[in-house]
Design a protein around this ligand. Structure first.
Ligand SMILES: C[S@@+](CC[C@H](N)C(=O)[O-])C[C@H]1O[C@@H](n2cnc3c(N)ncnc32)[C@H](O)[C@@H]1O
Length: 437
């Protein structure tokens, strides 16, 4: 059976689910959404459907939830708040401090040498500005008199110097032995959030606006306000949660214990996350890489040469994605496997359904979302796509043919199109169009 959730379903309006006004990452103290980085393909708007799929398994608190492509970490946090022991993984280096802070830590680490977490944050916010790697490479020479043809404008210079001062001090504390890995992560994660929130971009770091705030200037308040760290919000699920930074299939093969639920949310398209979030990765690693000159072709975005190709996932390639997915599915030891995907993605739907049907009893959960349009001028044939979840019970033989599963997704798409044509009753939910919050 396909479980189709409509945007007017009552649970979408309940406080347990993402609501843009109540859960803006910069202001909310809700653990799941606090300081959540804006991330392409993040599933904050799909948590209701993921929750529905989890509920249908009957899994209870204390069981293990393995999030293999954790990204922003919102699904890991959601599972953690439901009481699961969470194993969170993603191979992008910037996700490690973020998920160590919000998923691995059940409370603020002690920061004994610095007088506690709040005191460490206060000391960082009080630092004098500093010119270091970020200011040198990612900011204009002058915030008012810049040249859009040669200057990089990822952030205002004044915030660049705050970022440099804070990251430099965190690195010093680490090398002096004043903070450990978890303490470092609980300072770097809020800094990465600030790096997103204060950026002069629409969310990804492949480019920046020409001029502060772009044409509309609607985001000027966040770009121009002084960068200030805020302490993270923690949640204690009384479990020993883990964070890994590995290739998903190789981690799946290594884990000694079977997961109760494994969640798979691979990239949908050809754009590698390493290029989209290279600024966050450099701040996280603080390895001060050489950066191409601005006037070199393709150099303006400052993407490190080695990261244009590294961690280029098979899921980014049409000719490799289906095999990578099938291999991962057969390597996974888990009672239930959940996959989020879209009818827009690089893995053909039939290949995905076959791989699931091979593992066990497969159920479809689906909802529509408005199609992402790069430009409002560009014609988009289809106004929406179906975002679906496949749930496999690996201990029960499949009784539903891939053809039947496909029809369920197609029918969900047809009824969504009819409803869209009638009254536009479905909520736009593609996160990549959202600016940093
Ligand atoms: C669609 S995003 C995940 C979004 C995440 N569920 C969220 O809600 O924020 C896909 C993620 O997969 C990661 N990734 C891509 N290929 C990978 C691989 N082979 N192993 C591990 N992580 C991978 C990317 O770094 C990216 O963060």
């Amino acid at each position: 059976m396909a479980d189709v959730l409509r945007a007017d379903a009552p649970e979408l309006h309940s406080s347990k689910h993402y609501h843009p006004a109540r859960h803006a990452a910069a202001r909310t103290t809700d653990y799941v959404f606090n300081q959540l980085i804006p991330y392409i393909g993040n599933k904050r708007r799909l948590l209701d459907l993921i929750g529905r799929a989890i509920d249908s398994t009957g899994a209870t608190a204390g069981m293990t939830f393995l999030d293999l492509f954790a990204g922003s970490g919102v699904v890991s946090r959601f599972a953690k708040r439901r009481g699961f022991r969470v194993i969170s993984n993603d191979w992008e280096p910037h996700t490690r401090p973020i998920n160590t802070c919000h998923v691995a830590c059940n409370q603020a680490p002690p920061f004994t040498a610095l007088g506690g977490y709040q005191s460490a944050i206060d000391q960082l916010n009080d630092l004098p500005p500093r010119v270091d790697w970020v200011t040198t490479h990612l900011y204009p020479r002058d915030d008012e008199h810049y040249d859009v043809t040669t200057d990089r404008m990822f952030f205002m210079r004044k915030n660049g110097m705050r970022l440099d001062a804070i990251r430099h001090q965190i690195a010093n504390w680490k090398s002096e032995g004043k903070i450990d890995d978890q303490e470092e992560a609980c300072l770097v994660a809020p800094l990465l959030y600030q790096a997103c929130y204060r950026s002069n971009t629409s969310g990804v770091f492949k480019g920046f606006h020409r001029g502060w705030g772009g044409q509309t200037k609607t985001a000027l308040y966040r770009i121009a306000t002084d960068l200030k760290l805020m302490p993270a919000v923690f949640h204690d699920n009384c479990q020993s949660n883990q964070v890994h930074s590995e290739e998903a299939e190789s981690l799946a093969r290594k884990l000694s214990q079977e997961a109760d639920i494994a969640y798979i949310d691979p990239p949908y398209n050809q754009h590698p996350y390493s290029s989209n979030y290279h600024v966050l990765t450099s701040i996280a690693l603080w390895d001060k890489p050489p950066v191409p000159p601005t006037l070199k072709r393709g150099g303006k975005s400052a993407i490190r040469e080695d990261w244009r190709q590294s961690r280029r996932s098979p899921y980014n390639h049409r000719d490799q994605a289906a095999k990578a997915y099938a291999d991962l599915l057969s390597a996974l030891r888990a009672r239930y496997i959940l996959t989020s995907y879209s009818t827009d993605g690089t893995i053909p739907l039939d290949a995905m359904l076959d791989a699931n049907a091979d593992r066990g009893l497969t159920t479809v959960f689906a909802r529509s979302y408005k199609r992402y349009r790069v430009s409002s001028q560009r014609y988009s044939e289809k106004p929406l796509n179906i975002e679906f979840i496949l749930l496999v019970d690996t201990q029960r033989a499949n009784t539903r043919s891939p053809g039947e599963l496909r029809r369920q997704i197609e029918n969900a798409e047809k009824s969504a199109l009819v409803a869209h044509a009638g009254a536009s009753r479905f909520t736009p939910s593609h996160p990549s169009s959202s600016p940093p919050e």
